[in-house]
Design a protein around this ligand. Structure first.
Ligand SMILES: Nc1ncnc2c1ncn2[C@@H]1O[C@H](COP(=O)(O)OP(=O)(O)OP(=O)(O)O)[C@@H](O)[C@H]1O
Ligand SMILES: [Mg+2]
Length: 283
């Protein structure tokens, strides 16, 4: 059973004369980790907004097709009601901090207070969210005294506390150093293992390759492909869409080393290592 179904989604921003999304159709199951890739201006953020219902409920414009989360059609629901089902995390953690709360704990409680969640349940949800994102140790710190990676994990904890079934993350690690980026990825992977469906826009193909179950390529608002990372990064036409395969894939392509079972090139260090070792008869 699919958690999200997108059917022939088309969208044009007001006062523009082109489709920012042009015929997007895919589905994702509960707990799947979906990577969204494509060059600048291809429509990735617009698709995120459409999954979160901001398109067309906030951005307006012309809209066709549909986005379903369970049996709810996103465009027919108030954004404030949908935010309990679909959470969104954006690029810059600084912009997501309320600025009015003195501690990490209070910051995470903010959304729950607005939902009117009873106090005891609130405490339990906040504790669980902090635990999951590994930030319990910072709970009394001022949100602005966190590193970028810690702050982004706090932003994700605030979303998790609302108990969404889907989380949309639009380049959440682009402003983080490699350690912060890895921390966020590890945390998000835990969420998908708990059954939350993840949509992640990302320019780092190594990360997309190692964490995604399936990858969607968008170009000029059009869906080019929706498949496993192995199938996606084994394509010959990635250049056309401004996509560079992970280094491990490129090396194996140079060496002509494909996985004999799938017919695809490896996309992670582990896969490449396994294949090359097998070839040398070491395994
Ligand atoms: N609010 C808006 N009003 C009008 N056009 C917009 C608006 N937001 C985005 N667009 C246009 O829609 C197209 C898709 O933009 P979008 O931001 O979704 O791309 P993106 O793939 O997220 O790009 P990036 O990698 O730079 O973040 C672009 O041509 C962009 O200029
Ligand atoms: Mg974007």
């Amino acid at each position: 059973m699919s958690k999200i179904v997108v059917e022939n989604l088309k969208y044009k921003y007001p006062a523009t004369d082109f489709l920012a999304l042009d015929g997007i159709s895919f589905s994702a199951k509960a707990g799947e980790f979906i990577g969204i890739i494509g060059k600048n201006g291809s429509g990735k953020s617009t698709l995120c907004q459409a999954i979160a219902g901001l398109v067309p409920n906030f951005y307006k414009g012309s809209y066709g097709g549909k986005v379903m989360v369970d049996d709810i059609e996103v465009k027919n629901v108030d954004i404030s009601d949908l935010c309990e089902k679909v959470g969104t995390v954006f690029q810059n953690p600084f912009n997501q901090v309320t600025g009015s709360k003195l501690t990490v704990y209070e910051e995470i409680s903010f959304g729950l207070e607005n939902l009117g969640i009873p106090k005891e349940e609130m405490i339990q949800r906040i504790d669980e969210a902090m635990e999951l994102l590994d930030i319990t140790k910072y709970k009394d710190r001022n949100p602005f005294d966190l590193s970028g990676g810690q702050m982004q994990r706090m932003a994700i904890a605030s979303i998790i506390a609302m108990q969404p079934e889907v989380i949309v993350l639009d380049e959440p690690t682009s402003q983080l150093d490699p350690q912060g980026r890895e921390e966020v990825y590890q945390a998000v992977q835990k969420l998908s293992k708990k059954g939350i469906t993840i949509f992640m826009v990302e320019h780092n193909m190594e990360k997309i390759a190692s964490y995604s179950d399936r990858v969607l390529i968008i170009d000029d608002g059009k869906q080019i492909a929706y498949d496993t990372p192995q199938k996606i990064f084994s394509r010959d036409d990635l250049d056309e869409y401004g996509i560079e395969a992970p280094a491990f894939t490129k090396i194996c392509r140079e060496l002509g080393k494909k996985n004999p079972v799938t017919g695809c090139y490896p996309v992670t260090l582990e896969e490449a290592n396994d294949l090359l070792k097998k070839d040398k008869g070491e395994m």
